[in-house]
Design a protein around this ligand. Structure first.
Ligand code: SF4
Ligand code: SF4
Length: 194
């Protein structure tokens, strides 16, 4: 096998050494870029006096939003905390008399959050949302732990129309659990166990 390979290589031309020429080319290109920018007017933005408006989808401070009817959106399903790569979300679920779930308490440790946005992606109710507000730095790391009352904001945030409970999960005047638009019948989770 090795002999075969050597035989084949005998017919190939020796490799050319271009490294000197490529180094010169890279140097010239680098200087050309510098020269191009030398005559340009510098752009200096005076922060915090001047604050650029960031896109709505920027990923910074996290909030919990409300339904269009003003009820807390979070149903304490734990999906955001399960998906969070740094485990900085924790909560305890509870249930109202009509079967609607909510978070008895909800906590985010912003000292650990990496603002990846996975919690927002996972949330079925559009409750948890990242906002462009990045000025959330504290000297004392303990003050970076936000409770539910710190996270809840008025209004629906980015998703103005969506109301999870129009589709699922609670008994209303329109019908029992499992009878609403696009809603499947409730599953007995214990029946899924092996
Ligand atoms: S943005 Fe990422 S790191 Fe921060 S709470 Fe959400 S999932 Fe966790
Ligand atoms: S914020 Fe969303 S994903 Fe997290 S527990 Fe509440 S409803 Fe579930």
């Amino acid at each position: 096998m090795t002999e075969e390979k050597n035989k084949h290589h005998k017919h190939l031309p020796p490799p050319r050494d271009n490294s000197g020429w490529e180094a010169v080319k890279a140097l010239v290109e680098g200087f050309a870029t510098t020269l191009k920018h030398l005559g340009r007017k510098p752009i200096t933005e005076q922060y915090p006096e001047y604050k650029r408006k960031l896109p709505e989808r920027s990923r910074a401070r996290i909030v919990l939003t409300h339904d269009p009817d003003g009820t807390e959106r979070c149903v304490a399903c734990y999906l955001c905390s399960a998906v969070c790569p740094v485990s900085c979300i924790s909560m305890q679920s509870a249930e109202r008399e009509d079967g609607r779930r909510y978070a008895r308490w909800f906590r985010i440790n912003f000292g650990r959050c990496i603002y990846c946005g996975l919690c927002e992606e996972a949330c079925p109710t559009s409750a948890i949302q990242l906002t462009p507000d990045f000025e959330n730095i504290q000297r004392d790391i303990i003050t970076m732990v936000f409770e539910k009352e710190d996270l809840l904001v008025e209004g629906c945030g980015k998703d103005k129309e969506y109301n999870f409970y129009k589709y699922a999960g609670v008994e209303t005047a329109a019908g029992k659990k499992g009878s609403h638009e696009k809603e499947d019948k409730p599953v007995n989770v214990r029946s899924n166990m092996p």
